[in-house]
Design a binder for this molecule. Structure first.
Ligand SMILES: Cc1ncc(C[n+]2csc(CCOP(=O)(O)OP(=O)(O)O)c2C)c(N)n1
Ligand SMILES: [Mg+2]
Length: 321
């Protein structure tokens, strides 16, 4: 991205902040017992969804994982409808019947968060096959974690995408852990992008804390996919600052490690960049205050909306996982 593309950077800042403040609100609601069940936050990983989605058209497809609020908001999802879904309200994306792990918004090309680790990968591969059969220039983008690359679905899908030449971008958000299991103990390779080599799929490794780098690399990858009708793979090195899900004391990692990644936080990296380009800190504070108001207003609206019949959201029947 050209250094002077300030508007694009400001848009990234607004979007990433929106995702973060939305999830902080969810966290707060859980802590007050105002929201039941569980949720998987992407706090720390916002730059991956933001950078990639900025290269997508409305009719391109995004298929997500269990950690999908950021993917949906970046594809144009409405915060009010996500709140409503989590609250078990009729105004939610799935009329309040699905919750956080079954968010779906076909009208904006978002084909679902997914509670099954690796479950979205074959769905995305099927969608990519349909794109190919329809001879359109759309692409399917699927987000999944490091843990998902040990699932059979991952390997089967990469193989099919490669032999059939499917227009799909596989995005591995390597946040170093699958629940409490460090990636270094779960695989014997340093870079998960190497797994794409086994299927002769082109791959890139990108700093997932740097939205500009994610945007540039994924733009290149998506052009390659649209032009060559071949799949591509991105490994984004990232980190979730929060626990795996609602109740996680994070005993499997050190405070020093967490601090080290906090210092590389994607929003802070972007703020520093904006300041270096002459964007005033006061302007950023103003954007933050406006975003907080926007999230609060969305929450209030969804709170007022009607409970869906058979609503599970508020009753907290889901267990952590
Ligand atoms: C097939 C399957 N196995 C196990 C689980 C339980 N589970 C939920 S999330 C998770 C860890 C996934 O790790 P990763 O793919 O790295 O994604 P991250 O949570 O780090 O975003 C596990 C094991 C599940 N939901 N589905
Ligand atoms: Mg992980």
């Amino acid at each position: 991205m050209a250094n002077n593309n300030l508007d694009q950077l400001i848009n990234f800042y607004k979007l990433m902040l929106k995702v973060r403040i939305f999830e902080e609100k969810i966290d707060w609601l859980f802590s007050r017992g105002l929201l039941g069940g569980t949720s998987h936050m992407c706090i720390g990983q916002e730059a991956v969804a933001a950078g990639i989605s900025a290269n997508l058209n409305l009719d391109d497809y995004v298929i997500s994982s269990h950690r999908g609020h950021g993917h949906l908001i970046a594809k144009g999802g409405e915060v009010r409808k996500i709140f409503s879904e989590l609250m078990g309200k009729v105004d939610g994306y799935c009329q309040g019947k699905g919750g956080t792990q079954h968010l779906c918004a076909k009208e904006i090309g978002f084909y679902g968060t997914n509670g099954i680790v690796g479950g979205g990968i074959p769905v995305a591969t099927g969608i990519a096959l349909s794109i190919k059969l329809r001879r359109s220039r759309q692409v399917a983008v699927v987000f999944f974690g490091d843990g998902a690359t040990n699932q059979g679905t991952f390997h089967e899908s990469l193989n099919m995408a490669s032999i059939w030449g499917l227009p799909i971008l596989f995005v591995c958000e390597n946040n170093l852990y699958g629940m409490s299991a460090p990636v270094s103990k779960m695989t014997n390779i340093k870079d998960l992008a190497r797994r794409a080599d086994a299927y002769n799929i082109k791959s890139h490794i990108v700093d997932g804390m740097d939205v500009e780098a994610v945007f540039a690399r994924s733009g290149e990858a998506l052009n390659y996919i649209r032009d060559s009708q071949k799949p591509c793979f991105i490994e984004a090195k990232t980190y979730r600052h929060c626990g795996h899900s609602k109740s996680d004391a994070r005993v499997y990692r050190t405070k020093e490690e967490e601090k080290c990644w906090r210092e590389k936080d994607c929003l802070d990296v972007l703020k520093t960049r904006l300041i270096s380009l002459g964007f005033a800190a006061e302007q950023m504070d103003k954007i933050k205050a406006e975003t907080e108001q926007e999230i609060e207003a969305a929450w209030k609206l969804s709170e007022k909306s009607e409970d869906t019949p058979l609503s599970l959201g508020l009753k907290g029947v889901y267990k952590d996982g």
